[in-house]
Design a protein around this ligand. Structure first.
Ligand SMILES: [Zn+2]
Length: 75
C-alpha cells in the first residue's frame, strides 16, 4: 500500500493523486525496482507511480496482457 509519502503524483501525466489526511483516496500503480549487477543501473532503486488512466494506456500497449488474478478474501 501507498502510505509513506505525503503527496503522490502520477509520473506519466504529472497528475496529483487524491490524498485526504495522509490516506490515498485514489488507487494507483506503484512500481519499485532494485536493479542488479546485470543491468545498467546496478545498486540503483527506481520507483514510480501511475494513475489508473496512465496505467490503462501503458498496459494497453503490451504485447502480452497483464496477468490478472482475483484476490480471494482471507478472513
Ligand atoms: Zn497519469
Amino acid at each position: 500500500m501507498l502510505k509513506k509519502a505525503v503527496e503522490l503524483f502520477c509520473n506519466s501525466c504529472g497528475k496529483k493523486l487524491k490524498m485526504e489526511n495522509g490516506i490515498l483516496k485514489e488507487d494507483a500503480f506503484e512500481a519499485v525496482k532494485e536493479w542488479g549487477y546485470f543491468s545498467d543501473w546496478d545498486t540503483q532503486v527506481h520507483r514510480f507511480n501511475l494513475c489508473e488512466e496512465c496505467y490503462k494506456k501503458i498496459t494497453a500497449g503490451f504485447e502480452i496482457p497483464v496477468e490478472i488474478t482475483t484476490k480471494t478474501e482471507v478472513l
